[in-house]
Design a protein around this ligand. Structure first.
Ligand SMILES: C[S@@+](CC[C@H](N)C(=O)[O-])C[C@H]1O[C@@H](n2cnc3c(N)ncnc32)[C@H](O)[C@@H]1O
Length: 367
């Protein structure tokens, strides 16, 4: 059984933990919580546990002796020792999952100005913070951590619920609804009533992506750059590819009407033959761009790399290009002079200008 031991000056605060799912886990012996009152180990006649800081300054500091003796009384040999501290690494779902694997976890709650720093070395403590703010004591942080850790202990929560939750797959969770179907004229989304599980999964995934992008761009960027895949373009991707090609040509150039027609004609005729050199960039089933590479002169031509604007700025493009540069000795490309962003990226990646027209540079990367 997993055991979580709390070292605190305020043991009574932990009574509030014992409710709902956590209480059920305790009742089912899935884990045990052991709250130890540090004060009982004080050798001072008044049970004092704090003292003035060396070097002066405001507030009091928790003394080592009662804490160390409280820990030693546990006679635990191998434990994960956590000191709740605003200086620590920020607690997250991954840590909660990791900590849930330990048989024995000890959490030290500081109070006042904190604890004598030597406790970290003496007890091998890892400092863990629950966020960038300062609380009066470590009891609430300890409860937050216990709750998040216990949810990840096998048997406490249905495995499927854990898989779908925010952070578990790197994204925030999709919106959830329950009865009634309509409340004050607001209905739950139709797709959830369709009974079509594939459609429901796709909708939820898109919602997760959207919510993560809106609220946590850091997580979104990390997710997309680690989860995109390249899939060989098929006949059915033709229209999407034409659109990407049109956008990449027309966004940066003031294309005269006759050229516009010429390009559309090219897309209708010659371009179709090139589709076999293209790959679609996808996140799950969602197409977010394309890349095309084909033989050219004495090397290959990076014919096109396009990433939808919603998915830019997270390194997908450079990751794909670096991969191409790894595989080939000579890579050519054409870039519009007006597209300074792409031009600068290619320069950074080691491309050099080989030729130029009025509007474009021909660039070469050579190993
Ligand atoms: C008032 S705080 C001490 C803050 C300390 N003087 C500092 O500036 O870093 C008292 C205790 O509350 C706990 N605590 C406060 N904020 C915390 C946070 N964000 N995460 C974890 N523990 C925290 C710690 O155990 C700490 O020892």
């Amino acid at each position: 059984m997993h055991r979580i031991t709390i070292l605190t000056l305020f043991p009574e605060m932990f009574e509030s933990l014992k409710h709902s799912i956590i209480k059920r886990a305790l009742d089912n012996n899935l884990f045990e919580i052991n709250v130890v009152d540090i004060r009982e180990f004080s050798k001072d006649i008044h049970k004092k546990c704090d003292d003035y800081p060396y070097g002066g300054g405001a507030g009091m500091v928790m003394m080592l002796q009662p804490i160390v003796d409280a820990y030693k009384s546990l006679k635990i040999e191998n434990s994960k020792f956590i000191y709740a501290s605003p200086r620590g690494k920020i607690f997250n779902q991954k840590m909660a999952q990791e900590f849930s694997k330990y048989d024995d976890i000890v959490i030290l709650c500081g109070h006042y100005e904190g604890v004598d720093d030597r406790v970290i070395d003496i007890l091998g403590a890892e400092e863990v913070s629950i966020g960038d703010y300062v609380l009066t004591g470590g009891e609430l942080p300890a409860m937050v951590m216990v709750d998040a850790i216990v949810r990840n202990i096998e048997g406490v929560i249905n495995e499927k619920s854990l898989e779908d939750e925010s952070f578990s797959n790197g994204l925030l969770e999709y919106p959830q609804y329950t009865r009634p179907e309509v409340y004050e004229k607001i209905s739950v989304p139709d797709v959830l009533l369709s009974g079509d599980h594939k459609k429901i999964d796709d909708w939820r995934f898109k919602q997760s992506l959207e919510i993560t992008k809106q609220n946590r761009i850091d997580l979104f960027n990390k997710f997309v750059v680690n989860n995109f895949k390249l899939v060989k373009a098929k006949e059915r991707d033709y229209e999407t590819l034409c659109n990407y090609k049109r956008q990449s040509i027309f966004v940066f150039d003031d294309v005269p009407k006759q050229d516009y027609d010429k390009i559309n004609n090219y897309l209708k005729t010659s371009f179709k033959k090139l589709i076999k050199y293209f790959q679609m960039i996808k996140i799950k089933d969602i197409t977010i761009g394309c890349v095309g590479v084909r033989d050219f002169e004495d090397g290959v031509l990076l014919d096109e790399i396009w990433v939808d604007s919603d998915y830019r700025g997270n390194g997908i493009g450079s990751k794909i290009i670096k991969d191409i540069l790894d595989k080939h000795n000579k890579v050519y490309l054409w870039v519009y002079k007006k597209n300074t962003k792409a031009f600068n990226l290619y320069k950074r990646l080691g491309f050099e200008i080989k030729e130029e027209t009025n509007s474009r540079y021909k660039m070469l990367f050579e190993k």
